[in-house]
Design a protein around this ligand. Structure first.
Ligand code: SF4
Length: 500
């Protein structure tokens, strides 16, 4: 293992059927050819496809000093689309995985009984899960209590996942995730209640790398995001429901950021005490962290109660956008009725199509007026629709995306592929035009010591990945009616031809 600056060199292989954990070496050829993240996940998925793998993988730059380098990627076969898809994990999860001493975790097969996976300090164990039956918040608390460490990062499911609801979402700690592909159901079927992570490894840094990262960070902070932060700015970019924007404005307590991210988009809303209250009080759960703006916006029909409905989804481990669409469809117009309906959804195994929500390929579409470019990217079925379907805070001109809908959509797909492969937050990368392909290629060159690495090489790996996964999507699911705009089919074909 030569690439000590970026990877630990270890792939964890977990067989839930036998309860055994093993490890493989992360071969240099895999890194040379695919870099990391979603691209290596896909290779591992193909290798272990007979055992229904769910893979959690870090990117080449995850947990480095590169701005926004917090991401890990979950890859698996989506029970919603029936195809391989990806969901990013942000916050600290990817960092914690790398620090445990594993770059990738491949979870195979099904357990006969409820279990949890405990990965820590180069070790991994499959253990019985006493947390089965608890909601997401109770589970995270129990894991941290059991392992005696509040810094444990947890990927868990709630009742929705245990019941194998098609609406089940994995949760990163307490506040949901960007899983829009039903990976919560996959974990439930595997009887895997939680993956708990804690590691204390460290990484070498190549000479000059830290300084380059700091320079880029400063440039970004003084660029188009200067003076801007929070979910509200992203909502304004997307022209989401005005009522939801007012709720954000009135209830904002603070904006948080994931590891090393210059754009804090995670807005904490307080509604059980004044949003202006800055010191700790005895109010136990004062509000909710908005990690899924699309989910909050979808609950806009509940007005000021929208954040509380989102909170309930997080507790149950439900994907918020599709849940909100079904709650609205059921005519539940107040919070109590909405919460009751959400509880019903955790127990429902009815497919989304049968429930009247042709959700499939346009997984949980954003509650915005779609344009052809945003419809195209939401219909791809590869990357999470929790990520805005266009550049945000910045404008397309800042990125020189091209003017046509197809050009904008192809730009988005390429930018997402880059983020998912390198381990950069796929939301952040849409806000920062200063983070160019040239600069990323330059940083990779320094940190990997690859003299001949070039922007063409980076671009080629991303295009090759897109080409392969787009080909695998053929025949995936159904496209949501709201995305079926004139030109969608032709546009999809054009995007495929761009990455051939
Ligand atoms: S853009 Fe938001 S989700 Fe992404 S890393 Fe920054 S704070 Fe986290």
């Amino acid at each position: 293992m030569d690439y000590i600056n970026n990877y630990t060199g270890n792939i964890l292989i977990v067989d839930l059927e036998s309860g055994k954990c093993d490890q493989e070496e992360l071969e240099n050829e895999l890194i040379d050819g695919y870099l990391g993240g979603a691209a290596i996940n896909l290779e591992l998925h193909k290798k272990y496809s007979a055992k229904d793998p769910l893979i959690i993988g870090t990117g080449l730059l995850t947990s480095t000093f590169v701005p926004g380098s917090c991401a890990a990627i979950i890859t698996g076969k989506s029970p919603i689309t029936g195809k391989v898809a990806n969901a990013p994990l942000t916050w600290q999860t990817g960092i914690e995985l790398k620090l445990t001493g594993f770059d990738f975790a491949v979870i195979l097969g099904k357990s006969a009984k409820p279990v949890k996976l405990w990965i820590h300090d180069g070790l991994a164990d499959v253990e019985d899960s006493g947390e089965w039956g608890k909601d997401v918040w109770e589970t995270v608390d129990a894991l941290r209590h059991n392992y005696g460490d509040d810094m444990v990062e947890a990927i868990v499911i709630g009742p929705a996942g245990e019941n194998c609801s098609p609406l089940a979402q994995v949760s990163e700690n307490y506040w949901g995730s960007k899983d829009k592909f039903g990976f919560g159901k996959v974990m439930g079927e595997k009887k895997l209640k939680a993956v708990a992570l804690r590691g204390l490894s460290a990484f070498e840094v190549a000479d000059g790398f830290f300084d380059e990262c700091t320079t880029l960070s400063r440039e970004i902070a003084n660029g188009v995001i200067k003076g801007k932060q929070g979910a509200g700015e992203i909502g304004k970019s997307l022209k989401i429901n005005e009522g939801v924007l007012s709720v954000i404005q009135e209830m904002t307590h603070r904006d948080n950021a994931c590891f090393n991210c210059p754009y804090p988009c995670l807005t904490f809303l307080k509604y059980r005490e004044s949003a202006k209250e800055m010191k700790s009080t005895d109010v136990k759960e004062p509000g909710c962290l908005i990690t899924d703006l699309s989910g909050l916006a979808a609950f806009g029909f509940l007005g000021k109660d929208a954040p509380q409905a989102l909170e309930q989804c997080f507790r149950f481990g439900l994907e918020p956008t599709a849940s909100a669409m079904l709650v609205e469809k059921a005519g539940k117009k107040d919070l109590a009725a909405a919460k009751g309906e959400l509880e019903n959804l955790t127990k429902s195994s009815t497919g989304l199509k049968e429930a009247g929500l042709p959700h499939l390929n346009g997984v949980s579409p954003w509650p915005i007026t779609p344009s052809l470019d945003t419809a195209l990217v939401q219909a791809l079925g590869i990357f999470s629709n929790a990520v805005p379907p266009q550049v945000v805070v910045a404008s397309p001109k800042d990125f020189s995306t091209g003017d046509s809908a197809q050009a904008k959509a192809a730009f988005w797909a390429k930018r997402q592929a880059m983020a998912y492969i390198l381990g950069i937050c796929p939301i952040f990368i849409l806000t920062a035009p200063e983070m160019t392909e040239e600069k990323l290629a330059g940083l990779i060159k320094i940190t990997m010591g690859w003299e001949n690495f070039s922007v063409e090489k980076l671009s080629g790996i991303c295009s090759k990945y897109l080409s392969e996964i787009l080909a695998m999507q053929a025949g995936a699911g159904e496209i949501h009616p709201s995305l079926k705009l004139d030109g969608l089919e032709a546009g999809m074909q054009q995007i495929r031809s761009v990455f051939k």
